[in-house]
Design a protein around this ligand. Structure first.
Ligand code: NAD
Length: 694
């Protein structure tokens, strides 16, 4: 497309209109700056042009920079800064006419104009912090000059947009246009055409720039953005906006932008941005795969998971029938759901009316026959194959043809469950995470015979109930729990060798995980892991497990639910080491003849993180996950891996796969064949994903 087409020039008498036409969201990609500059040159050269209006064609103004251009050499990257410099120096009034979104570079472009008008529902924001960067085309210098220090910090540090109506209140929008945006903008441009001097943002000062404002912001990010670079740089730059001439802040911003962009954190956050979008695409399935309408849902089991799963559907306005075996269990389940909603209402995040609307969509039942008209039925009963097989056999006779039959099993073989039905193509695993109404992750387990339609419908459903769906294959623990299982083993092994549980957790906290492996086990309940180990030993004919953690469970300490497990807990739920537990570990080591050794934080971190990576590589090799990026998305949304590390696989890429392999070998672990091969070839997981076209 020629520059002229990307930015169209048209005239309404004395106003030149520049329309950016770069669908779908008018991102600031190559061609846009050239087109805008050409338009400004034309306007400057023509005395009959009194003012310029810049507007977006299609559904939005400029929704942001094109993230794909972040990796381009500077000379080839679109020149947003140059375009805005030209706008700032332009001798005639320029008016940005905003609809849809003006985000990131889009808002910076708008702030480079002399004036801004917008439709009331337009969204304005600087979301760069979410990608580990900062507004790099004047945003950090102009926004504080328009909306004051505090509001600018709020917007830039949260990355969240505001509506144009609020934009008008804070001075970012000069006029809201209710009717046709272009006519309103042209009329506005005529009104201001002769205003001189031009009220440029770069000539203004910053309101409310007291030192305490910046000090409080620095304090705040310690909690909200622990360990992250770009929020710090944003505060530094906002402070500069208030204390040095515009030109100096503008130059500093360019340097700090590059510093943030080239950081591992920003690479990780950009990886997450793309990985999430990729995860929604199911390999081998076309975009036009038909999906089923989900109008009614059925859930079997109103326990911990069933209740939470039901809430997701109720929140999305989908009626749910929930089935239990006894009235008592049903009442208990419904009571928990209602209490959850009432608590949300108490916090002011929902009205009492909303609570009743949701509860009104829920039908309790003791009869599986009442699920006959459900479009999807999700089983969430005890984790026992015989019980599940019995339920699926009965469901096969009850459910209407075409209904999706899903199991929430965490470990059992979905193929085996599907095989008891006459319609294995309708059977799928939908693995929610606890608490199911809160956790964003949904592992969508594709069994051997699951149909494409059932798979595509499940992915669409995930979006509808506001989950991040990731397709995985059948194996024990699927992706997330299989990896976390190996990680737990390594954590226990580290303690056996001499580490204290609190040091193991601290190493993971330092990596940015809110909970280390032992804090996590205490929360989930130590008896659950113990029961799994007992079961596995029984199945494989091994003696009953008797590790140090099994012994803790046998003392009755089962975790937070019994007031203590590996740690003690006070009312703030802060873990404190327990002397008896430490003594039990000492005795255990002595019995095993282990002389405890000091283990460095580096070894703790690497052994734990690389255990995840190694198992992840094996999972990838087996095709249980389609992309390394999918594994990362699972770890971010299911296990609290920090987004600024990008997930375990991206973390390994950043550390260098050769180094990861060398460390694993140094610590006596066998690198997975795929990991070894990639390391030998000088490859990366990202490269592998890209090479597979995924
Ligand atoms: P739970 O014990 O809290 O609830 C199970 C419920 O199922 C009970 O209320 C029970 O009365 C009911 N039930 C049993 N048989 C039934 C039947 N025939 N018909 C109707 N209801 C019946 O268990 P949970 O923690 O909610 O786990 C349920 C499933 O979800 C298991 O497969 C588990 O592996 C899986 N899961 C659990 C978690 C978790 O963290 N708890 C996370 C992911 C998946």
């Amino acid at each position: 497309m020629s520059t002229e087409n990307i930015v169209a020039q048209s005239r309404q008498d004395d106003v030149l209109i520049l329309t950016i036409q770069n669908p779908p969201v008018n991102a600031f990609s190559p061609g846009v700056p050239e087109g805008l500059k050409a338009g400004l040159d034309a306007a400057a050269a023509d005395d009959s042009v009194k003012a310029v209006v810049i507007i977006g064609g299609g559904r939005t103004f400029v929704a942001g920079a094109d993230i794909k251009t972040f990796n381009m050499p500077r000379e080839q990257a679109p020149d947003l800064r140059g375009t805005i410099e030209k706008l700032d120096a332009f001798p005639k009034p320029t008016v940005a006419a905003i609809h849809g979104t003006a985000l990131g570079g889009g808002l910076e472009l708008a702030m480079g104009c002399t004036y801004r008008v917008a439709t009331p529902d337009a969204q304005l924001g600087l979301p760069e912090v979410k990608l580990g960067v900062l507004p790099g085309a004047g945003g950090t210098q102009r926004l504080p000059r328009v909306v004051g220090a505090q509001k600018a910090l709020d917007m830039m540090l949260s990355g969240n947009p505001i509506k144009a109506t609020e934009g008008q209140e804070v001075g970012l929008i000069d006029r809201l246009i209710d009717g046709d945006l272009l006519s309103g903008a042209v009329a506005f441009a005529r009104e201001v055409a002769d205003t001189r001097p031009l009220p440029r943002i770069s000539d203004r000062g910053v309101d409310g720039a007291a030192p305490e404002v910046f000090a409080a912001a620095r304090q705040g990010i310690k909690k909200s953005h622990r360990g992250q670079l770009s929020p710090e740089l944003i505060i530094d730059l906002a402070e500069m906006a208030a204390s040095v001439p515009f030109q100096e802040g503008w130059t500093a911003e360019a340097t700090k932008f590059m510093q943030a962009k080239d950081s591992p954190q920003s690479r990780a956050l950009r990886h997450v941005f793309f990985a999430e979008r990729e995860a929604a695409k199911i390999p081998g399935l076309g975009k036009d795969t038909p999906t089923l309408d989900i109008r009614r849902a059925g859930i079997i089991g109103a326990g911990t998971m069933g209740g939470g799963i039901a809430m997701n559907f109720l929140n999305a306005g989908i009626p749910v029938t929930i089935v239990e075996t006894t009235q008592e269990a049903l009442d208990r389940g419904l009571g928990v759901i209602r209490r959850n909603y009432e608590n949300t209402a108490k916090k002011g995040r929902m009205s009492q009316g909303d609570v009743e609307t949701r509860m009104g969509l829920l039908t309790p039942s003791l009869d599986m026959g009442s699920l006959a008209d459900a479009d999807i039925i999700i089983e969430a009963v005890f984790e026992n194959m015989d019980v599940k097989k019995d339920i699926f056999t009965r469901l096969d006779a009850i459910a209407k043809p075409g209904a999706i039959l899903a199991t929430n099993t965490s470990t059992l073989d979905v193929n085996e469950i599907a095989a008891v039905t006459s319609r294995p193509e309708s059977v799928i695993g939908l693995h929610f995470f606890s608490p199911a109404n809160v956790m964003k992750l949904l592992e969508i387990v594709r069994a051997d015979k699951t149909s494409d339609t059932v798979l595509a419908t499940s992915m669409a459903l995930a979006r509808k109930i506001r989950k991040v769906g990731v397709v995985v294959g059948v194996c024990d623990g699927f992706v997330g729990n299989r990896m976390v299982h190996r990680y737990g083993e390594e954590a226990r092994q580290l303690v056996e060798e001499g580490a204290r549980p609190e040091d193991v957790d601290a190493a993971m906290n330092a990596l940015g995980l809110p909970m280390g492996p032992f804090q996590m086990s205490d929360m989930a309940g130590l008896d659950i892991g113990h029961a799994i180990r007992v079961h596995r030993a029984k199945v494989s004919g091994e003696p009953e497990p008797d590790g140090w953690l099994d012994r803790i469970v046998k003392t009755g300490r089962k975790g937070q639910k019994t007031g203590g497990g590996i740690y003690d807990y006070d009312e703030t739920r802060k873990p404190r080491p327990n002397a008896d537990v430490q003594a039990l570990i000492d005795t255990y080591r002595a019995e095993k003849g282990v002389t405890p050794r000091d283990i460095s934080t580096e070894e703790l971190t690497k052994r734990l993180a690389y255990t995840l990576v190694n198992e992840g590589a094996q999972i990838l090799d087996e095709g249980i996950a389609a992309r390394a990026g999918d594994i990362d998305v699972i770890y971010l949304y299911g296990y609290g891996f920090p987004a600024y590390r990008g997930g375990p696989m991206q973390y390994a890429d950043e550390m260098g796969l050769k180094n990861v392999v060398a460390d694993l070998e140094r610590y006596g672990q066998t690198p997975a064949p795929l990991l070894k091969r990639l390391a030998d070839e000088g490859g990366s997981f990202a490269g592998l994903d890209a090479g597979r076209g995924r």
